[in-house]
Design a protein around this ligand. Sequence first.
Ligand SMILES: [Zn+2]
Length: 92
Amino acid sequence: MQSSLIGKIEKAKRYAQEPERITFSGLTAVFHGENDDHKLSYAHGKWHCTCHFFSQWETCSHIMALQQILDKMLPKEALVSPIETETYPPEK
Ligand SMILES: [Zn+2]
């Protein structure tokens, strides 16, 4: 193998330990919920989920779970849920 490629693989291993280097600007996913599969997306600063709860609350357990899993890899605005901002207004 070329030594330059070996170097890249080594670097990738290091990067993989530093998830804070990565910020998702958008994503789509399928969430296998307890009763059904739900399509999740994050685009242009907004979350969307096809579950019934989301249509009423603009957030849901699927989005909250993804927020916890991706944590450092999501932009700040993607980590704020509408329910939390209602209870605790963000500092300006
Ligand atoms: Zn949902």
